[in-house]
Design a protein around this ligand. Structure first.
Ligand code: ADE
Length: 349
């Protein structure tokens, strides 16, 4: 990508306002873990990353660019912060929608210091221009600029400090091939087990001074759909309920009552998830039905259905993806107390 002189002038006159968040400010006093030791789950990923970090440190070079993908709330940003902390470097956090104009990404790249980490969330949403500015920056640590007017234009390669880009996305498939190819380390984050979520919750309870017993931890973990962000949100709601209704610490029974009140069922589905299953079963004979039809019928946007509801429903085996749309699985039927179609026909009688 060649950037026009307009953008270059902006850089030279130093009028850029880089759209970045100072990681430390939002990070301090939060419940996010800062070290691999504190970061629960994603065991294999942590091991691979820790080797890459140690190798980069031994070679005294920056670590390869990394791409983390997976459903929201599994800790992609948190992990980037942990990596920065383990490497003893600063991290600049931004997200693709904030990098609308060439000067947004250029400003951030030029403002980086050697070895720093640049974290771009929702990286699949980068526009073409920003992507093309990133290519030489990732590969050769430079930005290609064009200076001068009309016939007198000249290409200029401006060096940027050696940095590591960490991209995060819920949609690895939506990343362009050339961008994906420039990441040396690509990893998927997995849903957390009940046991891992209980550990996350125990740690959070300690930090937030919430008194909760093992049954309470287990009840919340079971209904957190494999996602620490959800678990950490629910524990606060359950704490409020325990305090107001019982003036008590959190027990299993109180947690279950609170979660029932919040309409989060035994496997963590909320009313949107259940409405989605019910819609496909009742209106579309169990499917297949297209995602747009589902979203329109539920008055939700396609992105929410695809990125928030579907990943867990798929992972839990409650819906199936087919080339002709989504279908509810026999487990999905049973969960909502419907009889699966094969049984309706008497096939298994
Ligand atoms: N909070 C959110 N994600 C976490 C994780 N993976 N480990 C510990 N605490 C967390």
């Amino acid at each position: 990508m060649i950037v026009s002189s307009d953008d270059e002038n902006l850089i030279i006159s130093n009028q850029l306002e880089a759209k970045e968040i100072d990681f430390d400010k939002s990070y301090e006093n939060s419940i996010r873990p800062k070290t691999f030791n504190d970061y629960i789950g994603q065991t294999e990923l942590k091991e691979t990353l820790s080797i890459s970090i140690k190798s980069a440190q031994k070679r005294e070079q920056s670590i390869d660019h990394m791409l983390f993908y997976g459903p929201p709330g599994l800790g992609k940003t948190t992990l980037a912060g942990v990596i920065a902390n383990e490497m003893g470097v600063n991290i600049k956090i931004t997200s693709a929608p904030a990098l609308e104009r060439p000067r947004d990404i250029i400003g951030i790249l030029m403002g980086l210091k050697t070895g720093e980490i640049l974290f771009i969330d929702e990286i699949h949403r980068l526009n073409k221009i920003a992507e093309e500015i990133l290519y030489p920056a990732m590969e050769d640590f430079c930005i290609d600029m064009m200076t001068g007017k009309s016939q007198a234009t000249k290409n200029l390669r401006i060096p940027v400090p050696k940095f590591t880009l960490i991209g995060a996305t819920t949609k690895a498939g939506s990343l362009s091939g050339p961008l994906r190819d420039r990441f040396g380390i690509i990893h998927r984050l997995e849903f957390y087990s009940i046991d891992e979520l209980m550990q996350v919750l125990k740690r959070t309870a300690k930090i937030l001074d919430i008194k909760i017993d093992k049954n309470g931890l287990n009840a919340i973990a079971k209904r957190s759909r494999g996602t620490p962000r959800i678990a950490n949100r629910l524990i606060k709601r359950v704490r409020d309920y325990a305090l107001v209704r019982y003036n008590s610490d959190v027990t299993g029974q109180i947690a279950n009552e609170a979660l029932d009140m919040l309409k989060i069922d035994k496997v963590g589905l909320n009313s949107t998830d259940r409405n989605l299953l019910k819609l496909i079963i009742e209106k579309y004979d169990g499917g297949p039905v297209g995602i747009e039809t589902i979203a329109a019928a539920l008055c939700e946007d396609v992105k929410t259905i695809e990125d928030v509801c579907e990943p867990y429903l798929l992972q839990a085996g409650l819906i199936l993806r087919t080339p002709r749309g989504r279908k509810v699985s026999p487990e999905g039927y049973r969960l909502l107390n419907f009889v699966p179609p094969a049984l309706q026909c008497g096939l298994f009688d």
